[in-house]
Design a protein around this ligand. Structure first.
Ligand code: ASP
Length: 463
């Protein structure tokens, strides 16, 4: 059995969905279990409906609902030739549009959106796309079965960022999905959405469909997890900055995780973890170019080639600088600092310390003033926004001290605010001003990837 996940751009219109069906058909002997996202842009619109409703802008919210309805009706028109299912799906779309209008109305009366209502509203995107895709497969003679992910993706109550309850998910997935797949049905279900076990809809965080797919792939011990997107795999840099970015043929779980955490948009940061647990290979592939093999992500064999694999960056970083005379030789200082971060659930993306100062890079500034006020009780604190973390990732960086020198001489004209090398030593990250992101990424790419032999690596590493 394999798990295949198709992101929003892979299911954005009827041509893309037809391509998806062809890709799934080519994998039928391997018993695919298919996860789909909402059609591109739909989740953003649904969330916009919620915020417009809370602001009392009911007409604008209704226009968006009408838009979403029309977009899915068009898909049905173009993909479903038979009258009976066509009418059934049209009816379902009308019911969903009606429910969305009721939700929008309720939110506008209360004047506030809760996480719970956001999740219910956001879930319509995946529910709409998946039901149409399942039926379109059926019309194309694929023996398919639509399954509502809320039946098996059981989570806690942390609306908008719900955490799956793995033992329950495992039990449900084994009971519900496995027999269907083993009996030759192509299961079509939704990424991103779940329920809290009391029948209330939850979501597992924006972009979470990759994570849904890898959780199920891991719990059902799939042969492989395929993440289908709109680029040829994981690239050596953001192609909108480096036109000559190259596709990476093979990388390790560690490299992929670091890249995802440091801003590479191709994979959701949590995707890799479930796959690592059961050592399941993950492929990142392009649904517009399925003949391309994409990037294969595995545990690796310890003999990885090349030095650096990719450059990622994370924008909207704020640096906090803490100084304290009390800190000098005080063993509990860092503990006190991180207790404050933990109190406000703020994640430190990079940390640098000296004997008397600590610099922490964060991206969530919603509690910045609280953080500063708590910390100012025992240290001087200042912050500077408008920063970015740029990071170079590669298993072999640790064995090649020379690469650090190359990185910093390539960046000699760029102001570096902070440097950190991850504990795993497979990434080197530094904080630059946001305005310098493009220059930094281009300079690094030219240094590390323009000529792969400069990494002592054969050309086969990248396409
Ligand atoms: N549709 C959801 C989002 O846009 C989940 C996903 O596509 O992964 O965040």
């Amino acid at each position: 059995m394999i798990v295949m996940k198709f992101g929003g751009t892979s299911v954005e219109d009827s041509d893309s969905i037809r391509r998806v069906i062809e890709i799934v058909k080519s994998e039928i002997p391997r018993k695919p279990l298919v996860f789909v996202s909402a059609c591109a842009g739909v989740t953003n619109r649904l969330l916009r409906i919620a915020s417009l409703s809370a602001e009392g802008k009911k007409d604008e919210a209704n226009d968006l609902i009408t838009d979403i309805k029309a977009r899915h009706e068009k898909l049905v028109e173009e993909l479903i030739p038979s009258d009976l299912p066509k009418n059934y799906l049209r009816g379902k779309i009308s019911v969903y549009a009606h429910e969305l209008k009721n939700l929008s109305q309720a939110i506008s009366v209360i004047g506030e959106v809760t996480g719970r209502s956001l999740d219910t509203i956001a879930s319509y995107g995946e529910r709409l796309s998946s039901m149409i895709i399942a039926q379109a497969m059926e019309e194309d003679s694929v023996k398919s079965m639509f399954v509502d992910a809320r039946e098996f993706m059981i989570t806690d109550d942390h609306y908008t960022k719900a955490v799956p309850l793995f033992p329950v998910v495992e039990e449900r997935a084994k009971k519900l999905l496995l027999p269907l797949a083993l009996n030759g049905y192509v299961v079509v279900t939704q990424g991103f959405i779940g329920s809290n076990g009391k029948g209330i809809t939850t979501t597992i965080g924006r972009g979470g469909s990759d994570y849904s797919a890898s959780i199920i792939g891991s719990l059902l011990e799939a042969e492989e997890i395929q993440i289908w997107t709109d680029v040829d795999g994981v690239l050596t840099a953001d192609p909108s900055i480096v036109g000559a970015a190259r596709r990476i043929r093979k990388m390790t779980f560690n490299e992929a995780s670091e890249l995802a955490y440091f801003g590479a948009r191709v994979l959701h940061p949590k995707t890799i973890l479930p796959a690592v647990d059961k050592n399941i290979p993950v492929y990142v592939r392009n649904s517009r170019n399925p003949s391309y093999r994409g990037t294969l992500i595995t545990k690796g064999d310890g003999n990885e080639e090349g030095i650096a694999k990719s450059i990622a960056y994370k924008e909207r970083i704020t640096l906090l600088n803490l100084e304290s005379s009390r800190m000098f030789l005080a063993p509990d200082f860092l503990e006190a600092v991180f207790a404050v971060f933990s109190k406000y659930h703020v994640i430190a993306h990079a940390v640098a310390t000296s004997e008397v100062s600590v610099t922490v890079a964060i991206d969530d500034t919603s509690h910045l003033e609280d953080l500063k006020s708590d910390i100012s009780e025992f240290a001087e604190i200042s912050s500077s926004g408008g920063k970015a973390i740029v990071c170079v990732v590669g298993e072999n960086i640790r064995y090649n001290p020379g690469v650090v020198g190359r990185i910093f001489s390539a960046l000699k004209d760029i102001r570096i605010n902070m440097i950190s090398q991850g504990a795993s030593e497979i990434n080197i990250g530094f904080v630059v001003d946001e305005n310098d992101i493009e220059a930094a990424v281009r300079l690094l790419h030219a240094e590390l990837f323009a000529n792969p032999s400069s990494q002592g690596s054969p050309d086969q590493l990248f396409d």
